[in-house]
Design a protein around this ligand. Sequence first.
Ligand code: PEP
Ligand code: MN
Length: 364
Amino acid sequence: MIVIIKNSTPADEITRISQELRDTWGVTVEKSIGKHKIILGLVGETATIDPLQIQNSSSWIEQVLRVERPFKRVSREFRHGEASEVVVPTPNGTVYIGEQHPVVLVAGPCSVENEEMIVETAKRVKAAGAKFLRGGAYKPRSSPYAFQGHGESALDLLAAAREATGLGIITELMDAADLPALSRVADVIQIGARNMQNFSLLKKVGAQDKPVLLKRGMSATIDEWLMAAEYLLAAGNSNVILCERGIRTFDSKYVRNTLDLSVIPVLRNLTHLPIMIDPSHGTGKSEYVAPMAIAALAAGADSLMIEVHPNPAKALSDGPQSLTPERFDRVVQEMSVLGKVIGRWSISEKATLVTSGQSVGSRV
Ligand code: PEP
Ligand code: MN
């Protein structure tokens, strides 16, 4: 249930109303200050509450509405239709991710392999216009014999890349025990597809302050995904970005996953949280990354995550879906054409100069 407070309401009156709601109904009250409204979200046993009774309790209350969805805090209604933004301080400045902002690019290798490659990739993706470097230190691999990531030492390499470029760092947490070490370098903590419903991990990540990137489980419905996000918000962290990375369907002959781009408009209706699309894991093939990245932009994605590796043929994980830095340059330039048309582009031309000498469009 949400209580919409009139814009002109004095702050101490809002505090008083919140306290009264807590005392009278035994609910948790969460205040959100949007661009146009102040909203008090009530969480708890709200089914028996009579909205009219609350409405009549103060002349500062504009409206009282029920949130009908099973997920409350992540629902669009919880903010009375207003989108939220995730604000991430990085050495290069504050990055805003959300519906009202230019699209944010996240790029980097699947795994952090060595210092030279991660620093070099960071410099290249930064020059192309990325705001975040991605790279795994702890890798969730299907085979226990496959490269598992360099672990804590890779976090130091990410720190070196952050230092060298000022880019924000996004890296995956698999085990809550690694949270303190990972938090020292990560600006955004990634929860991967395989851990989307690891509820104990979600509770722990929800109880700390770093923004969280929650990838969609490979067979998760949209409701399951949003309920997983609800765990993070319920634990106290509302800085959550949802990332679609492809789902399992009956046909995986030509692509690794089915990238569900229809989630973009669907999520827009259901949730206020920012939406990221990962066409690299979504398709599993480098040649399909550009068209799906552009399609995601057209459909309204707030951010894109793209795997970039200096030498994909030699990558220790996900080489077939990784772009070279040159190819990433070209994809960014292709995206810029549409990005400008839809008014969501803030990357300067300088940053998207084609460095390979190949013409735009000759991607394959
Ligand atoms: C990744 O980002 O490298 C990764 C493992 O992603 P996902 O959890 O989507 O498979
Ligand atoms: Mn990967």
